[in-house]
Design a protein around this ligand. Structure first.
Ligand SMILES: [Zn+2]
Length: 256
């Protein structure tokens, strides 16, 4: 791609020179697959869920799930319907290709939608949990979530534990819950060992994003940022690409 955008060339050059690059992704990498950013104020879904939790208990969603899992499932239905039909997009595939070719070591993601894995990424660290599995809130039995979700979308009833009948909660992090400790530690370790961090589809605001990026920045990792809108780390980045991830990431992968 001899006449590609110089910023794309620059990003590809940084990855080519790196020894230990990692990717860090957020909701913006899955919005082209039709999954809304459910934490964003624009879609409002997360805000409505938060409000519902606060009304009931003043302490957050995890408590309200325990009291009334049916309401949680009903409110999440629009998002679940989108997630179950979503397919990985060109940005997911580009990151899988970069990993397969040895340019990145891991994908740290704030998403729980499994699209990185379905695109072929092998080392995926999910810092907000995953929709691959669900856990019984009574006996902690763990089961694959997809069959439970398919049944819920059919019959509209809260998925129940096959052992004790307790409500099954998808292993995504709800407000009021601890982040998954092992995943966060693995993410910190990956950031600590990195020399380049390729940020894609996240504004880097809030949650574990700030802390993880601090780890990378403080030890001198070079940052490549691919996001439609400015992020809080733009000023600290080597390469900033305000483009759609489905255009920019495949273009970077094509050069390498
Ligand atoms: Zn159970």
């Amino acid at each position: 791609m001899k006449d590609s955008d110089p910023r794309i060339q620059q990003a590809a050059g940084l990855l080519a020179e790196s020894r230990a690059a990692v990717a860090f992704t957020g909701a913006g990498i899955s919005t082209p697959s039709g999954i809304p950013d459910f934490r964003s104020p624009e879609t409002g879904l997360w805000a409505r869920l938060e409000a519902a939790g606060a009304d009931e208990t003043q302490t957050g969603m995890i408590q309200s799930f325990g009291h009334d899992p049916q309401t949680f499932y009903e409110r999440m239905r629009p998002l679940f319907e989108k997630i179950i039909t979503a397919e990985p997009n060109a940005a997911h595939y580009a990151l899988a290709e970069l990993e397969a070719k040895g340019y990145i070591r891991a994908v740290i993601t704030q998403n729980a939608d499994m699209l990185h894995q379905r695109a072929g990424s092998k080392n995926v660290i999910e810092v907000h949990g995953t929709l691959a599995e669900a856990t019984c809130i009574s006996c902690y039995l763990v089961a694959p979530f997809r069959p439970l979700l398919e049944k819920f979308l059919e019959d509209g009833r809260t998925p129940r534990c096959e052992k004790c009948g307790g409500a099954m909660k998808p292993n995504v992090i709800l407000t009021g819950e601890q982040l998954p400790m092992q995943a966060v530690l693995a993410a910190k370790q990956a950031m600590r060992g990195s020399d380049v961090v390729l940020v894609a589809g996240t504004s880097l605001a809030g949650g574990p994003a700030t802390a993880l990026m601090d780890v990378a920045y403080l030890q001198g990792s070079k940052l490549i940022i691919v996001n439609q809108t400015p992020t809080i780390m733009d000023a600290s980045a080597e390469a900033v690409i305000h483009m759609d991830v489905v255009v920019a990431l495949p273009a970077i992968a094509e050069i390498l």
